[in-house]
Structures are given as structure tokens and as C-alpha cells.
Write a protein that binds this ligand. Structure first.
Ligand code: FAD
Ligand code: SF4
Length: 331
């Protein structure tokens, strides 16, 4: 690990100024991703601005009936918060499907948004990786790519976003609040993460020097009909091979609103609202779910070791829709 200086401000403006004043500085929250990357020499900040003393650790109601999750609330405290469990159980379920209790006690909501890919080549500094070192090539495209993306890939990068929380946030249409040198702004979760294109070094649309201060959940929480289905190699403590967040509104057996977000298949949580519209006004039946699964993964491309994901995710979509509509139990 390289040497670095350290600051622990208790004011947002001071934290922003400190970061801007030091080229190569990074914020650190729970440290569960950044410290690993520093130990592997993938990230080499020369200064850490510890944000844990900033006043961003509360969960409050918003004026429009939603809920505001502070960036520094831990994943555990978010998942077990009374209002989140009651109004946004999809989010609780997704967070609790991730990592381990110990990690969730340290990991913060802000940090989770920024967690980096789990591509093996990204972590191995002896290997080419356009995300770690732009222009060096991609070790995964012709390498071991079992965990990699099947949608939205580019010739530069086929990495996935590994977050469970962000898949649920995408289904819920969360809005990210950021503070930076030019003031505050909001970013819809759909625009927060990006596809790799020719610049896979950029995971998201946050600008240098900006700090995530909160995540806003809209009033509509889909608490009656929802599920987060995560398929992985082990039953716990493993990242998703594929995951599906489904949120439905139902009138009897008719679907009146539908959201389907996919994890483990792309560089960002994957959603297509035009495909979700195929379900509106239709009864919740497997026969109606199958064409939706096909349409959601249309254009998917498998690589040498991950073609199985295409069929896996289609089956997962059908199963998750069945679980959310209460046609079958949630495992
Ligand atoms: C063994 C292991 C297993 C895991 N399994 C899963 C899993 O199954 N599912 C899953 O979803 N996740 C999993 N994770 C990832 C874990 O959820 C993330 O490491 C965690 O959410 C990151 O949060 P943090 O607060 O620790 O971030 P940090 O490590 O402190 O920071 C991560 C990055 O975010 C930046 N950052 C942090 N907060 C802010 C902010 N407010 N504004 C701007 N930038 C910020 C930092 O500068 C850094 O670049 C796992 C991690 C480990 C180590
Ligand atoms: S898939 Fe992306 S992260 Fe992985 S080696 Fe290729 S460029 Fe790097």
C-alpha cells in the first residue's frame, strides 16, 4: 500500500474543499471496497478524506411522501429501518442478499453506489484492464469471463456492476443527491451508472469533487408485490451471477404497474420500461411473463464462459415475476 495523508472533517463544505484542494484525494466511508483496492494497488489515493463524521447518517421523510436515506447510513441500518422494511421491503431484501452481516454493518449507502466491478482482471495489476488502466486492453473478453456482462457491453469492457442495493434502487426509481463545488444536484438512478463504451474507467456520472449526500426514494414503494431474486454460486456471501428486482401493482389478478431491474448482467442495473409496459393490463401468468423475459434480454451476447447467463436470467425473470405476483413462494 502507498502512503497517504488523512483528514476527518465534520462539515460537508470542508470535506468538499479538502478533496478539491488535494489532487489524487478520495473520500472514504465504510472502507469495505476502497481499502481492498488500495491493498491490491488498484487504487492509489495520496489522501483519504474520511466522511464518517459528516451529518449524513439519518433517514427522514421527504416532502413528496418519500424517504431520504443519508449517504452514511449503513446498509444494515437501512435494511432494518422500520420505514424501509414497511414501505420499501424490496430494498431491504436486496441489501440483505448482499455481502455478510459484518460487511453490511460497515458498508454505507453512498459507498455501495460507488463499489467497483468484481472483474478478476481489474483486481490483478499484472493483467491488462481498460477500466484500471485505459488503453491497456481487456483481459476478460478473451479470458475467464464467467461472471461478466451479457448486455450493454463494448469492445473495451464487459464488466458488471456488482451491487444488489442498486438493482432495487433502479426498480424503485431512486434519485441520488450530490453536493459539489458548483452546488447541489440530483441524478436519477437510471443516469447514475453508465455503460462502458470506450471509457470504461468511468463507472458513473458523478463529477470529480462531488459527494453523494443522500438517496431519495419516491413515495411509491411497491410494498405489496415485490421480490429480489439473486442467483449465485453459494447461498450466501457471493455476488450475483444474475439478479432480478421486480415491483408490481396489481388489481385482482391484473397487473397495473410493473418494474423489472436486472443485476449481474451489465455495467449498470438493466431496465427497459417499454418491455415492462407489455405487462400492463394483463393477468399475471407465466404465459405473459415469458415474452417479457425474452424482450428484456433481447440483443444479449454471451462470451466463452458466460453464455449460460442468457438462459439463466430469462428463467430468473419469469420466476421473479411469479414470486412478486404471489403465484409462487419466495425461496
Ligand atoms: C467480501 C465482500 C463481499 C461483498 N458482497 C457483496 C454482495 O454480495 N453484494 C453487494 O451489493 N455488495 C457486496 N460487497 C460490496 C459492499 O457492498 C461494498 O464494498 C460497500 O457497499 C461499499 O461501501 P463503503 O461505505 O464501505 O465504501 P468505501 O469502500 O468507503 O468507498 C467505496 C468508494 O465510494 C466512494 N464513496 C464512498 N462514499 C461516498 C460518498 N458519499 N460520495 C462520494 N463517494 C463516496 C469512495 O471514495 C470509494 O471510491 C461485498 C464486499 C466484500 C468485501
Ligand atoms: S471487463 Fe472491464 S474491468 Fe474486466 S478486464 Fe476488461 S476492461 Fe477491465
Amino acid at each position: 500500500m502507498n502512503s497517504f495523508s488523512y483528514a476527518r472533517p465534520d462539515d460537508v463544505a470542508v470535506a468538499l474543499d479538502d478533496l478539491t484542494a488535494h489532487t489524487g484525494a478520495k473520500f472514504i466511508a465504510g472502507g469495505t471496497n476502497l481499502l481492498d483496492l488500495m491493498k491490491e494497488n488498484v487504487e492509489r489515493p495520496n489522501r483519504l478524506v474520511d466522511i464518517n463524521r459528516l451529518p449524513l447518517s439519518s433517514i427522514t421523510d421527504t416532502e413528496d411522501g418519500g424517504l431520504r436515506l443519508g449517504a452514511l447510513v449503513t446498509n444494515a441500518d437501512t435494511a432494518y429501518h422500520e420505514q424501509v422494511e414497511k414501505r420499501y421491503p424490496l430494498l431491504s431484501q436486496a441489501i440483505l442478499a448482499g455481502a455478510s452481516p459484518q460487511l453490511r454493518n460497515m458498508a454505507t449507502n453512498g459507498g455501495n453506489l460507488f463499489q467497483r466491478t468484481r472483474c478478476y482482471y481489474f483486481y490483478d495489476t499484472a493483467m491488462p484492464c481498460n477500466k484500471r488502466q485505459p488503453g491497456s486492453g481487456c483481459g476478460a473478453i478473451n479470458g475467464h469471463n464467467r461472471i461478466h456482462a451479457i448486455l450493454g457491453t463494448s469492445t473495451s469492457c464487459i464488466a458488471t456492476n456488482p451491487s444488489d442495493m442498486c438493482v432495487a434502487l433502479r426498480a424503485l426509481d431512486a434519485v441520488i443527491r450530490v453536493s459539489g463545488p458548483s452546488g447541489e444536484r440530483t441524478i436519477p438512478i437510471a443516469d447514475f451508472h453508465r455503460l462502458p463504451g470506450e471509457e470504461p474507467q468511468f463507472d458513473n456520472t458523478v463529477q470529480p469533487g462531488e459527494l453523494v449526500v443522500a438517496i431519495d426514494l419516491p413515495a411509491k414503494g411497491f410494498s405489496d408485490y415485490h421480490t429480489y431474486l439473486k442467483l449465485r454460486d453459494r447461498a450466501s456471501y457471493a455476488f450475483a451471477l444474475v439478479s432480478v428486482a421486480v415491483a408490481l401493482d396489481m388489481d385482482g389478478d391484473q397487473i397495473t404497474d410493473a418494474r423489472i431491474a436486472l443485476g449481474g448482467v451489465a455495467h449498470k442495473p438493466w431496465r427497459k420500461s417499454e418491455v415492462e409496459a407489455m405487462l400492463i393490463g394483463k393477468p399475471a401468468t407465466k404465459a405473459n411473463f415469458q415474452p417479457v423475459a425474452e424482450a428484456l434480454v433481447e440483443g444479449a451476447r454471451g462470451y466463452e464462459h458466460n453464455t449460460f447467463k442468457i438462459e439463466l436470467v430469462k428463467r430468473a425473470i419469469v420466476r421473479a415475476l411469479g414470486q412478486a405476483a404471489k403465484l409462487e413462494p419466495t425461496a
